[in-house]
Design a protein around this ligand. Structure first.
Ligand code: GDP
Ligand code: MN
Length: 361
């Protein structure tokens, strides 16, 4: 899950990384109450989760006299389609130089990798392409709680030495917050020292419980719902809803839809031992996508009993047509139940999928 800049800065600051004086506001009217402790010269930064925010008009400069009006202007904007609901009001730093610092997971060595570049700021990608020597890298075994001094020296090179300490502090954030990415871009020098002028922190979704985060904000409401029931669920852009049990069976249902030139609206694996209630929730969840015109349920009864599945489908009572293929334990009873409620049953997944593709077109 991605944290917003002000959330990441709060954490960085807790680990001793200097950040500018700042306050987060939700209305322009809050400006007069926050300015006294921040100062007159400020930067207003939209708290939106989009890349290239500065270049897309998400960052405005203001002074004591213009800050409220500028905040009003920024609140009225959408940055790459995202509305501005929170603004970070920050003291404007007299920046001398900008550096780039990040720690992420290196997939080939399976270790944290630290990147440091003399050329930071908004154009780091271009700088890295044109001057690859400006970017220095080091991988560190996560068994170490600190970055060894010789690696720090190699990374920092001729840049201010205080950066070594900031790298170590960011490395602790990275380890202790179960991060996939911890980034400071730019890390800046000013007459009063180094500051993290921007901050990014992505927490590994698998560690959210350990980090005490109960809701993954990066998920849609439906994805959060799916997580609650333990479904493997991915939204796609087609019109045929898909429910299967087992990743293999569900994937092959998607493949078959594709084979018959249909488009799946989702992937949903209800998992093992799907009972009546779980099936009902799965069907309702898929049906709640506005794009779904027809639903294919493709389930194999092992521990799962086909009659339970059938009851779940009937309980769901969704408006879309539901095409069902059931095979296995209590198959006949399941089929009788569904037929009794006007559902169409198919003898094979091939037939079910073909019928669904036809309805979807
Ligand atoms: P991003 O576009 O989302 O990466 O936003 P940043 O927070 O990194 O800001 C983009 C750029 O705005 C930085 O690289 C700086 O050049 C500039 N900037 C941000 N904060 C300040 C500040 O306090 N003072 C000055 N002079 N420039 C700033
Ligand atoms: Mn930035």
């Amino acid at each position: 899950m991605k944290l917003l800049e002000f959330e990441a800065k709060k954490i960085f600051s807790g680990y001793g990384i200097p950040v500018p004086k700042a306050a987060c506001i939700r209305r322009p009217g809050e400006i007069p109450s926050v300015l006294p402790e921040i100062g007159g010269a400020v930067v207003l930064k939209a708290q939106v989760d989009v890349g290239g925010r500065g270049k897309s008009g998400g960052i405005l400069i203001a002074d004591a006299g213009t800050a409220e009006e500028t905040a009003r202007e920024l609140f009225a904007r959408t940055i790459k389609g995202v509305p501005v609901e929170e603004i970070l009001v920050e003291e404007r730093l007299p920046i001398e130089r900008e550096y780039y610092l990040s720690i992420s997971v290196d997939r080939s060595s399976k270790q944290p990798i630290i990147l440091f570049a003399d050329a930071g700021g908004v154009d780091i990608e271009t700088a890295a392409r044109e001057r690859p020597d400006a970017v220095r890298k080091a991988t560190v075994t996560p068994l170490l709680r600190e970055v060894p001094p010789f690696l720090l020296r190699e990374l920092v090179g001729g840049a201010p030495r205080g950066i070594g300490q900031i790298i170590n502090r960011l490395y602790r954030v990275f380890l202790e917050k179960d991060a996939l990415l911890a980034e400071i871009n730019p890390l800046v020098t000013t007459p009063s020292g180094l500051y993290a002028a921007d901050a990014k922190l992505i927490i590994d979704d698998n560690a959210l419980a350990r980090q005490g985060i109960s809701v993954n904000r990066d998920l849609t409401e439906r994805e959060q719902e799916a997580e609650k029931y333990g479904f493997s669920y991915v939204e796609l852009d087609g019109t045929i809803g898909v429910i299967g049990n087992g990743a293999g069976l569900t994937m092959s249902t998607l493949d078959l839809i594709e084979f018959y030139s249909g488009k799946a609206a989702n992937f949903l694996d209800v998992g093992g031992g799907a009972d009546q209630e779980r099936v009902m929730h799965a069907v309702r969840l898929v049906a709640s996508m506005p794009s779904v015109k027809v639903i294919v349920v493709n389930l194999l009864g092992g521990i799962t009993r086909c009659d339970d599945v059938a009851r779940g489908i009937v309980d769901a009572g969704v408006p879309q047509q539901v095409f069902v293929r059931l095979a296995g334990t209590n198959e006949e009873e399941g089929k009788r139940l569904l037929a009794g409620h006007g559902y169409t049953m198919f003898e094979s997944m091939d037939l079910a999928v073909r019928a669904a593709v036809e309805v979807s077109q």
